[in-house]
Each structure stands twice: as structure tokens, then as C-alpha cells.
Ligand binder design. Sequence first.
Ligand code: MN
Length: 261
Amino acid sequence: MRTLVVGDLHLLGSIILPLVEEKAKQEKVERIVLLGDYFDQWGQTANVNLYKEELNFLKVWVQAQRSKKIEVICLLGNHDVPYLTGNLSYYSMQDAAMIQEIKATLLLLGVQIAAKVDEFLISHAGFLADEKPKEWYFTAVDSSHLAELNQLEKMVGKARGGSNEIGSVFWADYHFELAPFYNRNYPKQIVGHTPVTKITRNKAAGYLFGVDTFSLTSDYYPIGNGALLLLEDGQVKGIATKFSTILLNKNLANTLFCLED
Ligand SMILES: [Mn+2]
């Protein structure tokens, strides 16, 4: 089964997901894995309209793919978990009604922590060292998991400014944690979370792929080239998109994240 893996969205789904849809069609993809971090973007946490529009876009888009019999697996990132647990971060938006709407939609979409595809373990940030995914990580989360989700979300390693020795599946840094402390039980992993300029493979760590190619600098310039990862029978291929050109043009024309009332 051909699977497309999509990096962190950060309120850019209305730009990214149509590109994903186009490539999914061209490549005859039957499964799409979203690596999470649907929300939060530099300087936009008070922009309730943006959250509302992007949340709605995500919901409608995922449901449309599923109705076309494309399996869509929605993984959870460190920017999504606070909206489920209510334990908000400084980078979370604060509008109470919107937070409830985000939580309800994430649960409706059936968000989960990890997925296993063709021997690859896929998650937002990755499983480090001797960390093992629990059985429930591969199924949709529900209210009985909130305490454990909160614990995992608080495990931030030193490489990301936290006090833990190493980060959890929501926080592991690709370069400073996941590669040097790579998990010998799960050498084949695909992750987002750490911005990369292109699909990145760490040779020393076996088959460790970083796919966070849509993240932006704080002044909204694309860091990555917007490539997607295609997985077929255990073989990995990069799929180019027009993302970085679109972003650059929107940035230059000053049409990104317009506040409209
Ligand atoms: Mn992210």
C-alpha cells in the first residue's frame, strides 16, 4: 500500500493539504499519515479566526479523503496535546470556546500517538533509546488517556529547553536526541517536529527520516522545501511540492495570516 507522510502543518493546512491531495492522486496513494502539530504559528496565537478556519479546513479535508477510501492517520504533536489536556503552553491559543472546539475536532478525527507502516514506526518526534510504544498509542485517544498524554507532553529534554534527560515521543529532537540516542529496537522511524530543509535521513541511526519540511522562521520564511515522504513496500522516496514557492510569494506579497474582521 502506498503511503504519503506529511510533516507539521502549524495552521498552514489550507495551503499544504491541497498539495498533498494533488500528489496523493498522482502517486495513487491509499494511505496518508499526518505527523501532527496542526496548530500554533509564530505570532498567531490570538488570531481566533485563523484557528477556526484552519480547524474547519482540516476536518473537512480529512473527512473528504476518508470518504474517497483513502486511509488518513492523524498523529498528535506537542502543539496539539495541550488542547486535549487543557494544560496550555505559552505557545497555545487561549480562547476557551476555540480550545473546546479544537479538542472535540481532534477526538472526532481519531488522533493517535503512533502508527506502524511497512516496518517503520511513525510518530511526531520519535521513540528514543529504549522507549517502547504502548499498545494504545496505535489507536485513537480518548478521555481515559489524558493523564498519560499530559505526562508525555511534559517530558521535554535538554535539547529543547526542558529539564528531562531526553524528550518523549512528542518532544525528541531529531539531531540532538533521536540520532545520537537512537532506538536499537526501532531503528526504522519517520518523524516530524524538528524543522529540516528537505527530507533528511540519518545514516548512522539506520533508517531515521525527518519530514518536518513545512515549518517557518519567525518572520514566515519557509525553512524547508515542502517535500513529502512516499513509502511503498519499505522503500522511501521524496515527493517535491510547490510549497516553498507559494509561501515565499505570499510572504513577499504580505498575504499570509491577514487579520480580517
Ligand atoms: Mn512542529
